[in-house]
Design a binder for this molecule. Sequence first.
Ligand code: SAM
Length: 360
Amino acid sequence: MTPRTEIDKDALDQYLQRVTGGIAAGLNCAISSLGDQLGLFQALHDLRIASSQELADHTGLNERWLREWLRHQACMQQIEYDPEADRFYLSPEAVAVMLDTQHPAYFGGGFESATVSFNSLPGLVDSFRSGLGFTYDDHGPGCASGIERMSRYFNEHALVPKVLPLLDGVVEKLQRGARVADVGCGAGVATLAMAETFPESEFIGYDISEHALTRARNHLGTVDVPNLRFVNPLDEMMPAEPTFDLITTFDVIHDAAHPQPLLNAIFQALKEDGTFLCEDIRSFPSFQRNLEEHPLAGLLYGFSIMVCMSSSLSTADGAGLGTLGFNEEVAREMTGKAGFGRFRRLDFDNPMNNYYEVRK
Ligand SMILES: C[S@@+](CC[C@H](N)C(=O)[O-])C[C@H]1O[C@@H](n2cnc3c(N)ncnc32)[C@H](O)[C@@H]1O
C-alpha cells in the first residue's frame, strides 16, 4: 500500500491526543512511583479519605507538594476526588491494584520497574549503535524489587495451590521428597513458597543477578526454611547430570542472553522422569497479531526495550528474544531442540503468561 501524505484533520486530532496521552503516561509513571516510594497510596488508604492538609499531617510531608500530587493522581483517575468535601480517597479497585498483595490484580511494583529502567536511557542511545544492552543489575537494586512486587501475587498465592497441581504427579513427588531447581529465581518468592509448602524436598534457586540474590537471601533470613538455598550459577553451575525432579523458570527464558544453551542445561540437569515447568510471556507468533490482538503489547514491547531484550542482548552474542519472543511456538521448537519430547500448555488462565509442562 502507498502511505498517505495529506494531513487529515480528524486523524491529526486523534494522533495529538495519543501523543499527549503518552507523555502524560510517562510523567504519571514517575509521579506514581514517587507516591509509591513515599507510601502515599497506603497513607491515603489508612486515612480512608483526606485533604492534602490531613495527608500532610499524617505523613509529615509538605502540603503544597501533596496537594499537586493528589490533584495529578485524580486527573489520571488513579485516586478519587469528592468535590463537596474537597477530599481524596482510593476506590476499592485502586486498593486491589496498588496495595493488596493478596489480590490477583495487584500490580504494585509496575511503576518502580518502569522508572528504574529510565536510568539506562543515556546508555541506550549507544545500545542502538553497538547492539549491546544492559544486565538486570545494571539498572540498580530497584529492578529486582519492582519485578519481585509485580510477580508477587502469582509466586506467593497461585503457584503452589493452582499451578503445581496441574502438573502430572509433581505434588505427590514434592510431598514425598524431591530435588527442585528454580532457575532465574529473582527475589526467590516462588522458590520460598514451594520450599515452605514441601519441607521434605530440597530447593535451589539460581540467579545471575546479585541484587535479586540479596533480596532472596534476606527473605530467607526471616523464616525457618532449611531446605532452600540461593546461588549464583556463575559461582556454582547447575549440575550437568540428571539431578532434579522438577526445574522451574518463571519469566526467565526470554530474558536469558543464551536461551538455547540454558534450555540444553535444564534438559541435562533434569532426571529422566522429571518435569520442567516453564512460565513465559503470552504472545502471538506474528507481530501483526500482537499489534492487532494483544491487549498488553505496548506495555510489553516497552519493557522489552528497557529491560528484557536489553538483558538478553547484554552480551555480544546475546539472542535478544525480547519480552514477546518466547511464545508457545518458539517454546515448543526450542525445548524440542534441547531434547525434550513432550510439551503441554497448562490450562491456567493468566493475561500475562503461559505455563508449559515440558518433559523428556
Ligand atoms: C523477569 S525476572 C523473573 C524473576 C523471578 N523468576 C520472578 O518470577 O519474579 C528474570 C530473572 O532471570 C534471571 N536470569 C536471566 N538469565 C539467567 C540465567 N542464564 N541464569 C539464571 N538466571 C537468569 C535475571 O537475573 C532475573 O532475575
